[in-house]
Design a protein around this ligand. Structure first.
Ligand code: PGA
Length: 248
């Protein structure tokens, strides 16, 4: 299983140092793949502290441009050089607060591929879309526009994170059946647009209010490859406990 922590805009570099000092000594106890998506400013310290461990680092965004006159932006090559192998793209907070659309997200995925970063593409429906039974349509559109022009052999460097917007940071989670249905939709769209094998092999994780209490329940989802954890990843001992509860 892949367990991805999304620290969001939390932890200064010195707090990141403390955080990894608590996590790293325990990380070899787990067979899971552990990926920590930290703020840009924490990548370098994270790289130093996680050397020769089973922990991988990710960023939470990247520029759609290579380099140059983009004041305040961070490029894929900067992220890669700072120690990341992964990058979250299209998180709902970026879609809503920073007005990122599927077209821009598609450009960012191509930029990530160019810089040998694995994209964690976040997709998911709002509560209104869920209530009007539009989940499948929303997922299809976000996938097809986000992955436009991507070649099948590039999908091994793309993880799809199913994150219902209404479940992020709210303590509410979908039922096992709802998660399973959405993951089936994702695999079906990939199978139709690429190949049956691609649909089977694409890595799909669930995110949205995953915590110590509900992880064993969500782990019952059959077609899942891992989890994206926000709030519950911030406190090391609680997060380590969460990882312990994930079945292989
Ligand atoms: P949450 O966040 O676990 O705090 O709901 C998940 C995410 O936004 O990736």
């Amino acid at each position: 299983m892949k367990i991805i922590a999304n620290l969001k805009m939390n932890k200064t570099p010195s707090q990141t140092l403390d955080y990894f000092m608590n996590i790293v000594p325990k990380s070899s106890d787990f067979k899971h793949e552990l990926i920590f998506c930290v703020p840009f400013t924490s990548l370098t310290i994270g790289k130093y502290l996680t050397q020769n461990t089973n922990i991988q680092l990710g960023a939470q965004n990247l520029s759609d441009e290579d380099e140059g006159a983009c004041t305040g932006e961070i490029s894929g090559s900067m992220i890669k050089d700072a120690g990341a192998n992964f990058v979250i793209i299209g998180h709902s907070e970026r879609r809503s607060k920073f007005k990122e659309n599927n077209k821009l997200i598609n450009k960012k995925i191509k930029m990530a591929l160019k810089n040998r970063l694995t994209s964690i593409l976040c997709i998911g429906e709002s509560l209104a879309e869920k209530n009007t039974l539009k989940t499948a349509d929303v997922l299809k559109e976000q996938l097809e526009e986000g992955l436009k022009g991507i070649y099948e052999n590039e999908l091994e460097n793309i993880i799809i994170a199913y994150e219902p917007i209404w479940a992020i940071g709210t303590g509410k989670i979908p039922t096992v059946k709802e998660i399973s249905n959405s993951i089936d939709v994702i695999r079906k769209v990939i199978a139709q647009d690429f190949s049956l094998n691609a649909g089977k092999n694409i890595c799909v994780v669930y995110g949205g209010s995953v915590n110590n209490k509900n992880i064993s329940q969500i782990s019952k989802v059959k077609n899942i490859n891992g989890f994206l954890v926000g709030g519950a990843s911030l406190e090391p001992s609680g997060f380590l406990q969460l990882i312990t509860s994930v079945s292989d």
